[in-house]
Design a binder for this molecule. Sequence first.
Ligand code: NAD
Length: 479
Amino acid sequence: MTESTMRVINPATGENIEEIPISSREEVDAAIERARGGFREWQGFAGLDRAEVLHEISARMREHADELAKVMTLEGGKPYIENHDEVGWTAACFDYYGEIARDSVGYLPAPIEPQQLALVVKEPVGVVACIVPWNFPLLLAAWKVAPALAAGNSVLLKPSEETPLATRRMIELMGSLPDGVLQGVYGAGNVGDALVRHPGVDMVAFTGSQTTGQKVAHVAADRLIRVNLELGGKDPFIICDDVDIDIAAQGAVWAACLNAGQVCTSSERFYVMSEVADDFVEASRSFVESLNIGDPMDRSTDIGPMINGPGREKVERHVGEALEKGAKLVAGGERYGERGFFYKPTILTGVTPSMTVMRDETFGPVVPVVEVGSLDEAIEQANSVPYGLGANVYTQDFEKMLKCMRELKAGTVWINDPLTDNDAAPFGGQNGSGIGRELGREGLEAFRESKHVHIDPKVEKKEWWYPYGPDDESGQRTM
Ligand code: NAD
């Protein structure tokens, strides 16, 4: 590897897949210049024409779903089945924004005088830098790129240095866009930072960790540019005593272990009513032990490797510290296999709020279980960390559903159906989990400027202009 290239590693084997060039400063400058040219052309497209291009992109993605899923599996380690689903969701996101963006490009507020016309016109922001992590490379790119393009912006997309290959292929498949409208920029954090600082970038849409998000926000604040931040989480999962505990345990384990626990909305803290806590732990243990860990390319694999050594070491630190402080290991708690970055699904009981595994994002397949005496206690503990991305609840009691809906501090509350996304509904974090929303109408608005246009068809002197003094003998103004 030279200073101008980066290695892409297969996390299931630790082997090198490919070495690819890092975008140089000159290449970033040139890309931004091309993006400016592309923007001038693309913003002039009619809504229907833009929609057609986005539908074409979606169709190309579906045609190449197997190929894209294989590349994502090789570079990211997520099981093939999950990656294949991801390509389908990515395509659906392009279809959705192709349609809703042409539905409306503004609205008419009531004017302040009867003869006037007030318009609010929605315009693209300009050149948008989209910076994404490695855990859902295509989907998280689509949540930004699709609405940004649908709104008429041009885009520079920087994938994570861990997973650039599927993104590079996706961009190749988007050849129906005019030149410069979507380009890839490759490299690690320094390349992302250069993009955020570049005077040719008008907006940044970022998904990644809280720490990096803060850095991006500082630079964006100095430059006074628009920024959307989708950051980490520490999602709680509440299990009430009125549900089938086997099903709740399977939902809980899936929500904690999907993509080896490396989902921003992975459930990382489990609050279980004490009446059913022992049954829940036992059902979770038996389910976890039935899962297939192994080659993510294998269609029967449930759990693949973690992304890299540092990611796995962080999980080991969190679990190790919890055990040192008195937590009990019910399952897992160790590496799996001779090569790659596998870690066994792990269940802990006896955890306390001060343990790191209950406070900081673990981002690994860990199920820490806390017994609680009431729903109030569960909600209070659920809301006790400086994150607020998602929250899950299992209950059949409608009053409890409403209470959780109202009182949980989270951007998404899932009741009895963990971790499902909906293109048509906003996604994002409260508290320290982000600023702004992706998906839904909010996700399109994020990439649009509002311009108020105020038209008075009559050219006449207005009564509120100068002079302010009385202009007849009675002391009254005449207009
Ligand atoms: P990360 O913050 O390390 O990196 C994210 C991206 O930012 C990468 O492309 C990286 O190269 C780039 N980057 C790094 N430093 C930068 C800088 N100074 N300026 C600009 N760009 C920079 O995150 P990661 O390890 O790739 O991903 C895992 C994190 O992402 C977790 O915290 C997870 O919760 C979060 N995440 C959030 C969401 C969400 O929608 N809220 C979704 C997925 C992942």
